[in-house]
Each structure stands twice: as structure tokens, then as C-alpha cells.
Design a protein around this ligand. Structure first.
Ligand SMILES: Cc1cc2nc3c(=O)[nH]c(=O)nc-3n(C[C@H](O)[C@H](O)[C@H](O)COP(=O)(O)OP(=O)(O)OC[C@H]3O[C@@H](n4cnc5c(N)ncnc54)[C@H](O)[C@@H]3O)c2cc1C
Length: 375
């Protein structure tokens, strides 16, 4: 089903989405028309909340087949993968929110509502400890209220936001930050602008203004950065790895097809050893990054399966040891997978242009979009 939707809808839409892009008016984002078509198709096919348990309306998939799907979506359109892949954020609700929040929010994501993770601010990029968006508790109604600015937020006009904010007055480091769930139905967040990016243009990257935005605490206070963002980022890193593998595959496919078709000196250019070598190196990088992605995701699946079992009963000492081992493996392989796959995607997109010769520099060919998207 994923292959069919990607091949018949998402891939043919990619060029139009790249040209049209999203727009912003009166504080709200409108997706490119064909982005809406992509979202409708994936939602109708039940491809939202894929890894969530059936009781919440998900497909109860392990992460490996979900990453295989993400790889395919990205091969069709890496910008759309950026949006569709934000369903990962629901994992944070599943792992750390209370039962009431899970039952209210997870089914909405499984039914197609979108998410965003609102971490970055103008003065807090790599250094998230510097986040200043303020969360104030109102004892009268038991809710938190958020005030401040976030920037570079992918899909910032989403239905459900995970927001990193400073809940502990007077603090300046990561220990004063908590994680919040903001529901767009409550209002209070507007999109001030969307960035004009070089690639993945279909996914809106937003600057957000929070004005007394009503929110709920997710998990415990003060663990926002040190625990929840760390978990959230690991999911996001695997998503970027899958996105990169998809771009590598698309670049390889384009280069291979062109090399078979283009003739010079009386033969197809693939018959020249120099061109064949470029292609075989592209394939090696593609296969290596995919193998690393799937193996890393398998580590994640194993330790998360133990996490789930531990919710029902006490783990045996052997099970606990295994859970720890795979959790450590996942933690060390995840950044490795993201780092290598994204470098290889850039190299493969570059080589794809090289195989196309002068044509690769022209907007007529897909490879220039892949090159921008890979970056
Ligand atoms: C397309 C796109 C989508 C994004 N989507 C989201 C999103 O959905 N949610 C969200 O919260 N954020 C998002 N971001 C923001 C992204 O997470 C930040 O851009 C990133 O964290 C880096 O922060 P910065 O841009 O402020 O760069 P800076 O932190 O200012 O870094 C500038 C340079 O300095 C280097 N640097 C910084 N600190 C160190 C250090 N200690 N040691 C060595 N080098 C260092 C960096 O590697 C970089 O090369 C998105 C960004 C982009 C481009």
C-alpha cells in the first residue's frame, strides 16, 4: 500500500509541491494543494500513528516496517516525509504522558491529525538549555500558559504540538525546562512567518508566537530536556536517517536510468568504467546506509518491546540485562546512522548530478531537487 501511494500519488506530486510550497496568511499555514492530497491518501490508508497500539487506533507496527515506509515516502518526496514523519512525536506522548492524555491525543494522530516538535528558539539552537519560552501555572484552572517565540518549527501550524518551555522561574539551564502538549483547538499560537528554504519546500518551517497558549504538562516537571527531548530527538534522528536513505535511493535510480539511456561515443555512458564506478559507489553507500538504518531500528524495537512488557509485569533479571544492552546499542547507533546516511545522501545527490553531465544542472531533471532536498 505504501509503495502504491508513493508511486502513484506522492512521487508524481513532488515537483508541483516543490514549486508551489506552503503559504501563510492571518497566522495560519496552507499546505501546497498536492501536499493535502498526499496527506489525505496516507491518512485514508491508515498510515498515521503506524507504531501506536491498536487500542488507540494505530497499526501496532514495530519501528522497522515504519522506517521502511519512511524510506519509501522519502524516495517519493523527501519534503513530504518531513511532514508525514512527524507522527513520530506521538511516541513521546505514548511513552511519557498519562493515561488520560494518551487516550485523548493518540487516537487523533492515528486519525490523521498532524504534530510538531517546538524546541528551537532564536537564541536556542544547538544549545537547547537556553530555551526561554515561558510556562506559567494557573492554579485556578490547573493549566499551564505558554508565552514566547519558537523558530524553525517544521509543520508549526500542526494540530498537536510538543513544546519545550521554561517552567521553573529563575532557572537558566536544562533543569528548569519541562515538556508541554499544546492543542491547536485551544488557540494562542500563531505563525508569524514561514522560511523560504532551498529544499524540502513542501514542509512549512515556521516562526511561532505563543500568547497565553493553554497547555498541559507532559510527564514530570524539569525532565523536559534531560529526558523527554533526548528520547524525542532519537526518534527524529532515525527519521532523518530514513529520509536520507530515501533520497540516496532516488538519486541512484535517477542516475542509473540516465546512464543507461544517454549515449555518447556510440554507446550508453554506463558502459564507461568511470561512470559505472560512480554508480557502484552510489549503490554501496545506499546499501550501507539502509543496512545501518534497519539494524539500528531493530535495536530500538527490541528495547521498546521490553519497555512495553515492563508495563504489564516485572522483567526477569535476564530480560532487564537484554533491555539495557539494546537500549545502549540504539543510543550509540542512532546518531551514527543519522550522521552517515545524511552524508551519503548528499554525496549521492552530488554524484547523480555528475552522471547527468550538463543536464544535471538544469531544472528539467529531478536531480537538482534531490540535491537541494539532501542538503
Ligand atoms: C529545515 C529545518 C527544519 C527544522 N525543524 C525543526 C523542528 O521541527 N523543531 C525544532 O525545534 N527545530 C527545528 N529546526 C531547527 C534545528 O534543530 C536547528 O537549526 C539546529 O538545532 C541548529 O541550531 P541553529 O540553527 O541555531 O544553529 P547553531 O546552534 O547556531 O549552530 C551554528 C553552527 O555552530 C555549530 N555548533 C554549535 N554549537 C557547537 C558546539 N558546542 N560545538 C561545535 N559546534 C557547534 C553547529 O554545528 C553549526 O554548524 C529545523 C531546522 C531546519 C533547517
Amino acid at each position: 500500500i505504501v509503495g502504491e501511494i508513493c508511486g502513484e500519488i506522492v512521487a508524481p506530486n513532488a515537483e508541483d509541491v516543490d514549486h508551489e510550497g506552503p503559504t501563510v496568511a492571518n497566522g495560519r499555514v496552507t499546505y501546497a494543494s498536492k501536499t493535502k492530497e498526499n496527506l489525505d491518501a496516507t491518512t485514508k490508508a491508515g498510515l498515521m500513528g503506524m507504531t501506536m497500539p491498536r487500542k488507540y487506533g494505530g497499526l501496532n507496527f514495530p519501528a522497522v516496517p515504519y522506517m521502511i515506509a519512511a524510506d519509501m515516502v522519502s524516495r517519493a518526496d523527501a519534503g513530504f516525509e518531513n511532514l508525514w514523519g512527524l507522527q513520530d512525536c506521538v511516541e513521546t506522548i505514548y511513552e511519557f504522558a498519562d493515561e488520560d492524555q494518551k487516550s485523548r491525543y493518540i487516537p487523533r494522530v492515528c486519525q490523521g491529525e498532524t504534530m510538531s516538535m517546538d524546541l528551537t528558539e532564536p537564541d536556542a539552537g544547538s544549545d537547547l538549555q537556553a530555551v526561554m519560552l515561558k510556562a506559567t501555572y494557573n492554579e485556578k484552572d490547573g493549566y499551564w500558559y505558554l508565552n514566547g517565540v519558537k523558530r524553525f518549527i517544521t509543520n508549526g501550524d500542526s494540530d498537536l504540538h510538543l513544546v519545550l518551555a521554561r517552567s521553573e522561574e529563575g532557572t537558566r539551564d536544562g533543569r528548569g525546562l519541562s515538556m508541554f502538549i499544546y492543542d491547536k483547538r485551544n488557540g494562542g499560537v500563531t505563525v508569524r512567518r514561514i522560511e523560504n528554504k532551498m529544499g524540502i519546500k513542501g514542509s512549512p518551517t515556521c516562526e511561532l508566537v505563543f500568547k497565553n497558549a493553554k497547555a498541559e504538562l507532559c510527564g514530570d516537571r524539569k525532565l523536559g530536556l534531560i529526558k523527554y527531548v533526548m528520547a524525542l530527538m532519537n526518534g527524529a534522528r532515525l527519521g532523518i536517517a530514513a529520509q536520507s536513505v530515501g533520497i540516496s535511493q532516488a538519486a541512484y535510480n535517477e542516475a542509473l536510468a540516465y546512464a543507461k539511456e544517454r549515449r555518447q561515443f556510440g554507446k550508453a555512458i554506463i558502459e564507461f568504467p568511470a561512470v559505472a564506478e560512480i554508480l557502484s559507489l552510489m549503490k554501496a553507500k545506499l546499501d550501507a546506509s539502509r543496512a545501518l538504518l534497519y539494524e539500528t531500528t531493530r535495536f530500538v524495537d527490541i528495547y521498546k518491546a521490553f519497555d512495553d512488557i515492563a508495563k504489564e509485569r516485572k522483567l526477569t533479571p535476564e530480560e532487564r540485562t537484554e533491555q539495557k544492552t539494546f537500549s545502549k546499542l540504539a543510543d550509540s547507533f542512532t546518531p551514527l546512522s543519522k550522521g552517515m546516511s545524511s552524508e551519503f545522501a548528499n554525496q549521492n545527490a552530488y554524484d547523480c548530478i555528475q552522471v547527468h553531465g550538463g543536464s544535471g544542472f538544469m531544472k528539467d531533471y529531478t536531480c537538482e531537487r534531490l540535491y537541494r532536498d539532501a542538503r
